[in-house]
Design a protein around this ligand. Structure first.
Ligand SMILES: Nc1ncnc2c1ncn2[C@@H]1O[C@H](COP(=O)(O)OP(=O)(O)OP(=O)(O)O)[C@@H](O)[C@H]1O
Ligand SMILES: [Mg+2]
Length: 275
C-alpha cells in the first residue's frame, strides 16, 4: 500500500494560473521522502492539497488507498499530521499546554491520558518549561518546536513537515531530526519532508523534485543529486560530498561520486591506504 498517491494533480489559486501542473508521484508507506524545489515551485501548495485544505482543479489524491473527497476528508485528517512552514498560523490555545490539548481533543484522546502525552512530547522537543506560556510570546524556533510536539502527540500515521525546522539553530535542528528519525524507525511512520536542506535529502529514501509547479524528478537521491547540470537547471545545489568528490577527481584522486560525506570519507581513506 502507498501512504500517498497523487495522480495528475493540477491546482490554481487564480483562474488560468496553474501553480501545480499535472503532478503525479507516490510516497511509499514507511518511507522517508523529501520534497525539494526552488521558492514558489508549489511545495507548500501540494502539502495543503494533500489534507484537503485547498480544492484541487483536477486529478486525484489517495491517502492509504482512500480517495480524498468531502466524505473522506475528516478520516484522512486523522491519519495525516502536518507542521506548516509558518508557525504563527497554527496556534489556537491560550497556553502551549492548551494548544497541544486542543489537537488531542479533536482526535478524541481520552482526557485521562492527555496530560501524560502532552508532557512527554513537550519534553521530547525540549519545551517543558514553556508549557504554561502563551504561544504568541515564543520565538520562531520555539513555536516550531511546539507545533512539532502538537502534531507528534496526535500520533498520525503520516507526518508532513513543511520546512518545520527552518527557524531552529543547527543544534536544535539536529535534535529534532534525530527525534523524527527515531519515530520513523520505531513507529514505522511515513515522513514527507519539504526541505531546502540538501543534506536531509541525501539521507532520505526518495526525493521528489518540483520545478515551476511540475514534477521534475521522483526517485532515489543517489540517482539525481550528483547530476550537477540537472540540479542547476532545477535551481538546486548538489551535496557538499558530491562537490568534494568532483574536486578530488579533478586533482587525480580516484574516488567515486558520493552524496554522503561518511561514504566519501571511507573512499578517501581506502584510496589513501592503498597508496
Ligand atoms: N494564497 C495564495 N494566493 C495566490 N497565489 C499563491 C498563494 N500561495 C502561494 N501562491 C503562489 O503559488 C505558487 C506556489 O507557492 P508555494 O507556496 O506552494 O511554493 P513553495 O514551493 O512552497 O515555495 P517556498 O520554497 O518559498 O516555500 C507561487 O507562485 C506563489 O506565489
Ligand atoms: Mg513553501
Amino acid at each position: 500500500m502507498n501512504a500517498i498517491e497523487v495522480k495528475h494533480l493540477t491546482f490554481a489559486y487564480e483562474e488560468n494560473k496553474d501553480v501545480v501542473k499535472d503532478v503525479s508521484f507516490v510516497v511509499e508507506k514507511g518511507s522517508y521522502t523529501t520534497i525539494i524545489g526552488h521558492n514558489g515551485s508549489g511545495k507548500s501548495t501540494i502539502a495543503k492539497l494533500l489534507l484537503g485544505l485547498l480544492e484541487k482543479k483536477s486529478g486525484e489524491i489517495l491517502i492509504e488507498d482512500i480517495p480524498l473527497n468531502l466524505d473522506t476528508v475528516n478520516q484522512i485528517r486523522r491519519k495525516v499530521g502536518i507542521v506548516f512552514q509558518n508557525p504563527d498560523n497554527q496556534f489556537i490555545g491560550a497556553t502551549v499546554r492548551d494548544d497541544i490539548a486542543f489537537g488531542l481533543e479533536n482526535h478524541e484522546v481520552d482526557p485521562a491520558e492527555m496530560d501524560a502525552i502532552i508532557e512527554h512530547y513537550a519534553a521530547e522537543v525540549n519545551m517543558t518549561k514553556h508549557l504554561d506560556h502563551e504561544p504568541t510570546r515564543l520565538s520562531g524556533g520555539q513555536k516550531q518546536r511546539v507545533a512539532i510536539a502538537g502534531i507528534l502527540a496526535m500520533a498520525p500515521d503520516i507526518l508532513i513537515f513543511d520546512e518545520a525546522t527552518s527557524m531552529l539553530d543547527p543544534r536544535g535542528k539536529a535534535d529534532i531530526n534525530r527525534l523524527i528519525k527515531k519515530l520513523h524507525e520505531e513507529k514505522k511512520l511515513t515522513i514527507l519532508s519539504i526541505t531546502h536542506d540538501i543534506e536531509e535529502v541525501v539521507k532520505s529514501d526518495n526525493v521528489i523534485i518540483l520545478q515551476k509547479g511540475r514534477l521534475a524528478y521522483s526517485g532515489s537521491p543517489e540517482a539525481i543529486l550528483p547530476q550537477e547540470k540537472k540540479m542547476t537547471e532545477y535551481s538546486l545545489d548538489i551535496p557538499f560530498a558530491t562537490e568534494l568528490s568532483y574536486a578530488l577527481q579533478k586533482c587525480g584522486v580516484k574516488v567515486p561520486v558520493e552524496i554522503s560525506t561518511e561514504r566519501l570519507v571511507e573512499e578517501v581513506c581506502h584510496y589513501h591506504s592503498k597508496k
